[in-house]
Design a protein around this ligand. Structure first.
Ligand SMILES: Nc1nc2c(ncn2[C@@H]2O[C@H](COP(=O)(O)OP(=O)(O)O)[C@@H](O)[C@H]2O)c(=O)[nH]1
Ligand SMILES: [Mg+2]
Length: 285
């Protein structure tokens, strides 16, 4: 039996451990690149990041830009710049075209830190940065792209755990090759739901049916039309899992709509960007 209300669970023990690990990684770098999912410019942000960074500069990347409308995303870039007072770039990690501007910006935001070291009499060294973000936003993809642009692994530095490798991107920039995973504190269930829509939350924490149902219910009128069109659903029919199952003929032996399979397909089609380009956050809250 499925529970009839979506509640996404999390595990406080894991959070404490993740936070500790993230803090250890952050102590090694001059600046961070925070990766967000462009479909959730607000909900994939980590509220406590400024506390955790303790003044370290941050560059925000709105990744998966290929899955949203460019014009809408440009608006969001301005909103985030104003809200957080940090540079914000869009990014498509499936592509290499954004790499140069990311590298350039990462060097730029780290420069004051390097200048401060030099003012203390130290020699100039490359800026050290790391990528952080919630699960599945594209951290590893971005690290891979950046790393491929330069293959110089420079190994562990003193005081660095053996698994932590640094990659020299260019003479001015070194990247930690392991991403910092932002611990999920899901007090805010509205946010948790949205993160589940884009697969940022472990699928063990919820039932596909409830998440698919919430996704369908959360859509704007225009987005609902886009879904109906994709699944060939008549306009007069409501956008429900059952109606989609019937329209697609996803039926279990006998005549019953296969709700479970349909839910999984809806989430997969949505996450793959097959249905359309959607931004799921609103700027009014
Ligand atoms: N469409 C699209 N998919 C992406 C992009 N970046 C990453 N992905 C996909 O998102 C999933 C999670 O990416 P990954 O780099 O493993 O995320 P991580 O958990 O943050 O390290 C993978 O299936 C990637 O192929 C992007 O810019 N666009
Ligand atoms: Mg990863």
């Amino acid at each position: 039996m499925k529970p009839n209300k979506l509640h996404i669970q999390w595990y406080p023990g894991h959070i404490a451990k993740a936070e500790k690990q993230l803090k250890a990684q952050l102590s090694l770098v001059d600046a961070v690149i925070e990766v967000l999912d462009a479909r959730l410019p607000l909900s994939s942000c980590y509220e406590n990041i400024t506390g955790l960074l303790n003044g370290k500069p941050r560059l925000i990347l709105l990744n998966k830009s290929d899955l949203v409308e460019k014009s809408a995303l440009k608006g969001w870039i301005e909103i985030l710049k104003e809200k957080f007072e940090v540079p914000v770039l869009m990014c498509d990690a499936k592509n290499s075209k954004d790499l140069n501007s990311i590298i350039k910006k990462a060097i730029e935001i780290s420069e004051p830190k390097i200048q401060a070291l030099m003012a203390k009499g130290l020699l100039r060294r490359p800026a050290r940065v790391m990528v952080v973000g919630m699960p599945n936003v594209g951290k590893s993809s971005i690290i891979n792209k950046l790393t491929k642009s330069s293959k110089t692994k420079i190994g562990a530095k003193a005081g660095v755990t053996r698994q932590q490798q640094w990659v020299r991107i260019n003479p001015q920039l070194e990247l930690l090759d392991t991403p910092g995973i932002i611990p999920m504190k899901l007090e805010d269930q509205e946010k948790a739901k949205k993160l589940a829509f884009v697969n940022s939350i472990s699928e063990n924490a919820y039932s596909a049916e409830l998440v698919a149902e919430e996704l369908l219910n959360s859509l704007s009128d225009t987005q609902t039309q886009t879904f109906k069109k994709y699944y060939n659903l008549e306009d007069k029919k409501d956008l429900t899992i059952e109606n989609i199952a019937n329209a697609r003929n996803w039926i279990v032996s006998g005549e019953k709509p296969d709700i479970e399979r349909t839910s999984i397909y809806i989430l997969r089609d949505f996450r793959d960007g097959k249905i359309g380009k959607f931004i799921l956050d609103n700027n009014d809250k």
